[in-house]
Ligand binder design. Structure first.
Ligand SMILES: Cc1cc2nc3c(=O)[nH]c(=O)nc-3n(C[C@H](O)[C@H](O)[C@H](O)COP(=O)(O)OP(=O)(O)OC[C@H]3O[C@@H](n4cnc5c(N)ncnc54)[C@H](O)[C@@H]3O)c2cc1C
Length: 479
């Protein structure tokens, strides 16, 4: 079969994903090279010259567009289907109504001052543009703890603190490399001087003894902690390779903090992720029409006509910026070119990223001294996330499940298909494994619980105790 450009790109896409395909398209001259990083806009002040733009969607992308174009003198209208702005940047607080198809509306009952970021929760320091808007609009930021050496990793039915997993693995790899050097296995591959340097470096880097054996010196934790003069600390012995590498622990959790957009310092807006969207909304409020679902995207000569609700309405404009997620856009009738329609309709469906959260007394802080960060598990809930706000407060919101398909892209959809009770049970069991004897504080059986699946909440039990909530639909990979 002849190799066409299309089949070549499909093969590259299958192996390397969207990024690789896009690079290949650029190389073939089929796509315009984009700048390596987003930078601040600098549209000339009056470049809009009164021309009109209709923006579809009032998520962060739509609100940024509205702000910048308004500043540049365009006449802007934003059409948003929901009764709120922010889109996926959704923060849920007590009293919020959650609507979802096929189930009754729910109302969140989190205590005042508590919130749950059901969508995005962390902003890397490299997301310069959004951080610039936060500063410009006076949204205070605080640290989002993305990594916590004191948090547990629950793999293969065993829980170990992250510090033990990470440090022991480094020690074992260091020992292996030292062994290879000492047994002259690398003599042909690396110049002698360099080998000596590496060997010397490994002694400190991997905590090796004089014979090249990994001997933990306390970075992995102590079996007996030091006390005054009398009691010398006793470092924990190393876990074996077998104990370090079961199931999903093989890869991702070890390198998570090194991923470009996961590296410290990570940030979060004080008071919830939607604070940034709301600060933008304050700038462009008169341009935004809520409860206005887009139904069709039409051309009208050189202009655009958007058909939308409520009822039978239409908005005409010189330009349109569409920020609707592709799975929605592909269902909306449009006058896009056949090629664009094919591209839109062949985009993969998004993952059902599931988050489920409980309100609870902060036993992870008071009993286990865990302040922020993530626990990892090979259970279906994937992550437990500890709150990075208001340390020492009496209560907090602990995320008992964040299914993002980190290592298994099928897991979020499978988790989303489970009943509310099952997802809650899995999340509670996971927290129980990490904090034995404490999951009852999450209110199981006799506590009120809220659960959200792609915008759907379910609540049971008495209000005023612990609550849970969770689940939004997200992109195939999100931080
Ligand atoms: C669970 C989860 C976790 C995430 N974590 C992070 C993170 O930690 N950090 C990070 O940087 N990013 C994260 N992301 C990604 C981030 O949320 C998105 O990249 C960002 O919010 C997308 O913004 P947007 O404006 O492009 O799209 P959206 O927020 O999806 O906005 C689209 C808007 O269009 C509206 N709309 C839909 N249909 C119609 C219609 N027919 N008519 C009119 N309006 C319509 C929607 O209501 C919505 O308001 C996460 C996403 C999810 C789901």
């Amino acid at each position: 079969m002849a190799l066409t450009r299309r089949s070549l790109l499909e093969q590259i896409g299958a192996m390397g994903g969207v990024g690789a395909t896009y690079l290949a398209m650029e190389a073939l001259g089929l796509a315009v090279a984009t700048p390596a990083g987003a930078e601040n806009f600098s549209l000339p002040k009056s470049s809009g010259n009164g021309r009109s733009v209709v923006i579809l969607g009032a998520g962060v992308a739509g609100l940024v567009s509205a702000y910048e174009l308004t500043q540049a003198g365009y006449r802007v209208t934003v059409l948003e289907a929901r009764d709120r702005i922010g889109g996926r940047a959704w923060t849920i607080r007590g009293g919020d109504r959650i609507e979802q198809i096929g189930r009754p509306d729910q109302r969140a009952t989190f205590a005042p001052d508590l919130y749950f970021n059901a969508g995005p929760a962390r902003i890397p320091s490299t997301h310069r543009v959004i951080l610039g808007y936060a500063r410009r609009f006076g949204v205070p930021m605080e640290t989002f703890v993305n990594v916590n050496r004191n948090a547990g990793w629950d793999f293969g039915g065993k829980v170990h603190p992250e510090r033990r997993m990470v440090n022991d693995l480094r020690g074992h790899f260091g020992e292996l490399l030292a062994k290879a050097i000492d047994q002259h296995a690398l003599d042909k591959a690396v110049p002698k001087g360099e080998l000596e340097m590496i060997r010397q470096f490994l002694a400190a880097y991997a905590q090796l003894d004089a014979k090249g054996k990994y001997r933990p010196r306390g970075s992995s934790g102590y079996s007996v902690e030091g006390g005054g003069y009398a009691q010398a600390p006793v470092p924990l012995g190393p876990l074996s390779f077998k104990e370090l590498a079961p199931s999903r622990a093989v890869g991702l959790p070890f390198v998570f903090e090194h991923i470009w957009d996961m590296q410290a310092t990570m940030l979060q807006p004080v008071g919830g992720m939607d604070r940034i969207a709301h600060a933008m909304y304050d700038q462009v409020k008169p341009t935004v029409r809520l409860n206005t679902p887009v139904r069709a995207i039409r051309r009208d000569g050189a202009r655009v006509r958007i058909e939308h609700g409520p009822g039978e309405q239409a908005t005409d404009a010189d330009f349109c910026i569409c920020t609707l997620p592709l799975p929605i856009l592909k269902k909306i009738p449009s006058d896009f070119s056949p090629a664009k329609k094919t591209a839109i309709s062949s985009s993969p469906d998004y993952l059902r990223s599931v988050k489920l959260a409980f309100e609870s007394p902060r036993f992870w802080e008071t009993d286990d001294f865990i302040f922020g960060g993530l626990a990892w598990t090979d259970r279906k809930n994937e992550n437990v996330i500890y709150p990075s706000d208001r340390y020492g407060a009496e209560r907090g919101v602990i995320v008992g499940a964040y299914c993002a398909g980190w290592t298994n892209q099928d897991n979020p959809d499978a988790f989303a298909r489970l009943s509310h009770e099952e997802r809650t049970r899995i999340s509670r069991d996971s927290i129980e494994a990490l904090h034995p004897g404490r999951s009852h504080l999450l209110g199981s059986g006799h506590a009120g619980r809220l659960h959200l699946n792609r915008g759907r909440w379910r609540r049971r039990g008495r209000p005023g105790t612990s609550r849970s909530a969770g689940a939004t639909r997200g992109p195939r990979r999100s931080p």
